[in-house]
Structure formats: structure tokens, C-alpha cells
Design a protein around this ligand. Sequence first.
Ligand SMILES: [Zn+2]
Length: 207
Amino acid sequence: MDSQFNTTKIKSRRALRVVFTTNKHAVRLWSATDIDLIPTDEENEHSFLKKIGPDILNESCSFKLIEERLTSKRFHKKKSSTLMLDQTVFAGLGNYLRSEILFDAKIHPDDRPFDLDKTRITQWAKSIKNISQLAYKTGGFTVSKSLADRNKENGEPRRSYRHAVFMRHQYECLNCKDRIERKWYGKRKVDYCPSCQIQRGKIKPTK
Ligand SMILES: [Zn+2]
């Protein structure tokens, strides 16, 4: 497994489970509980992979496909905060992306696709794709460089200046200057702006 280029000194005390190396690079997987190595042509038969949704970063995952999944019978009555982390809906979204996508699309974390009009769903689909791509290209930034620089100049630490709302709990919203708030779903936080992300489900007349 070791190549002559794989010379990184390992300082971590976590258990190293798998290493993939090429002549120039190494990929290390740490502290994983279950590992399966499977041939490509058997991927679709794997019990976990069979269930996961489309990979947001893949070209085949279009805005249309994202909209269709959000508004499908299977998912349209689930909260946006649930949908954005459920890997059976979309694969690849993590916790900071959930807050950042919902802020970009101006969607309240308790609203469901069912509560939203077509324009809002379309914006949501765009935010899912665009924010994920931006984060992928920039190594985890979900705002433009100029915005990140401005947050940094205002004294924010790295964990918050990279984002619009995530870890910016108690800071001012970049859009409206109101205070970013935090909600917990299970043990995972969503940071959001209560003024930009108004709850639409509540203001609809009950049927
Ligand atoms: Zn705001």
C-alpha cells in the first residue's frame, strides 16, 4: 500500500482504517465503523447505496430532478430541516450546508415543500445545487470572498466568517441586520434568520 510519496507523518490518535494511495496523493479514512470495498458493477446492489438519493454534485443531478424530489409524495410533507440531512433524499449534504442552503433559499427550517409555492421550490433547488458547488470549489466557503473578508474584518472567527448563517448565531444577518437565531433538531443545530426565513406554513389558512 505505501508508495514512496506517501510520507505524511501521522499525528492523529484516531484509528486509521483505509488508505488509498497514488504516486502523488493519499486518501485516508479514519475511525469508520463499517467499511465495504465493492466492485463498481455491484454498487447498485449494496443495501445502503441502494437507498441513497442522487449526488448533488453530480452533473446528472439537475435542478428539475431536485424539484421533483422535493415535491414528490414521498418527501413533500417533511420539514426542510429533515429533508436537507436525509441522505435518501439527496446524497452529500452535511450540517453546515443545511443552514446555508435554507438561508440562501429563504426557507424556514420547519416549513415543508407542501407549504411553499412553485417559485420558492425552484429557488430552493437552485440553492441546493449552487451552495453545494460553491462549498466544494472553495473548500467549505458558502459566501463570496468579499463577504467572508468583511466578516473577518469585523472580528469573526474562521468557523463563522466562511458562512452566511451557520455558526453566526448571535451575529447580524448579512441581508437584513436582524440577529441570526439557532434551533436544534435532535442534537444538530440549524442557524437561520427569522426575518429572512419567515415560516410560510403557519400563515396559510388551515384546511
Ligand atoms: Zn435576515
